[in-house]
Design a protein around this ligand. Structure first.
Ligand SMILES: [Zn+2]
Length: 340
């Protein structure tokens, strides 16, 4: 408890030192004369250390050290290094220095907590907006699941974990020619794949990113309530506890980042061409659903016929762009190799 009760005084000017009752800047003393720490000094100009070494004062000049009270009532100075090097760890001075430093850290942490709580409204706003961000992203994914289907949703989740968000289709080009020798008509088919786009923002389908965001929200909310308790009654909290509360409040910047990323991913996902979602699986129903969903988003009639027409129009364009006769199947890697 000594650390908690200890006053943390810091002196930055020589004038402040001179104002200390009984201050003598050149009063030599021995270990046995030490009574207590008055404070710490951090000065621009150096002052002489007054510790007696072999009958003469140390006189090393220091910018940093401690102002101490001697048993005879005199206030004097000891440089930081002398206090560490010439006093045994078990001495009163060394113990007091440790207590002084602990008290100083404690004061800094309490100050830090206070500064954060001064912006409590901003933290509450961050918690609310982060919860909304999470709900919005989850809503987007459930709309895709309902409107397009479970295979597409599953594939999007997979894309988010493999970080491969390209949409590829397999195409074929057939050329016919006359064989010079046999004079017969021959056809040559070339199969190839093409990337037709990318699905931005599929991270929102990664449920572990939801958990990460939710955990951060909970952690900050918890840290906030602990910080308020600490501020209301600091004496009932140990140095260690105060230190950890101050540290937990760092979650603010983590949550800001997580929430921003999720919100941007959700927006990016919404800006995708929904037709592309029809080409990430081989499910024909879901492809049709993607076309229906695309029509619905642009407030057009979204029946089966309109959807088929839209797909045809889209694929005609894809074939033209890739100089292909037909699209054999969609999707990447394994499924493409299987198809060819
Ligand atoms: Zn010294």
């Amino acid at each position: 408890m000594a650390a908690i009760e200890m006053e943390v005084r810091e002196y930055k000017e020589i004038e402040e030192l001179k104002a200390i009752e009984g201050f003598q800047p050149d009063a030599p003393f021995t270990q046995d004369d030490y009574q207590k720490i008055i404070g710490e000094y951090h000065l621009l100009n150096k002052v002489k250390c007054c510790l007696l070494k072999k009958n003469h004062p140390c006189a090393t000049e220091h910018n940093y050290g401690f102002v101490i009270r001697l048993k005879n009532g005199i206030a004097t100075l000891i440089g930081n290094s002398c206090a560490n090097d010439n006093f045994e760890a078990a001495t009163a001075l060394r113990k007091d220095i440790n207590s002084f430093r602990a008290a100083k850290t404690r004061r800094q942490k309490l100050e830090q907590i206070k500064n954060v709580l001064n912006n409590e409204n901003e933290i509450i706003a961050l918690l609310k907006s982060s919860e909304k961000t999470l709900k919005d992203a989850q809503k987007t994914t459930s709309i895709i699941s309902q409107e397009i289907g479970s295979e597409t949703t599953k594939k999007l989740r997979e894309m988010s974990s493999t970080r491969n968000n390209s949409v590829q289709i397999a195409l074929a080009r057939t050329k016919t020619s006359i064989n010079e020798k046999t004079k017969e008509r021959e056809s040559h088919t070339t199969k190839f794949s093409a990337t037709i786009g990318f699905i931005a923002g599929c991270e929102i389908f990664n449920t572990s990113s939801w958990d990460t965001l939710q955990r951060s929200i909970n952690k900050l909310r918890d840290a906030l309530s602990k910080a308020k308790l600490t501020q209301a009654n600091p004496k009932s909290f140990s140095n260690q506890k105060i230190n950890s509360v101050a540290l937990e409040l760092n979650e603010i910047s983590n949550l800001e980042l997580l929430s921003k990323n999720m919100s941007e991913a959700n927006l990016a996902f919404k800006n995708n061409n929904p037709l592309l979602l029809g080409y990430i699986t081989e499910n024909k129903i879901e492809k049709l659903n993607a076309a229906k969903y695309s029509l619905k988003l642009s407030e057009k009639l979204s029946g089966k016929n309109q959807a088929r027409a839209l797909i045809e129009q889209f694929e005609t364009k894809l074939k033209a762009q890739n100089n292909a006769d037909r699209i054999t199947t969609q999707t990447t890697d394994k499924s493409y190799r299987r198809a060819s």
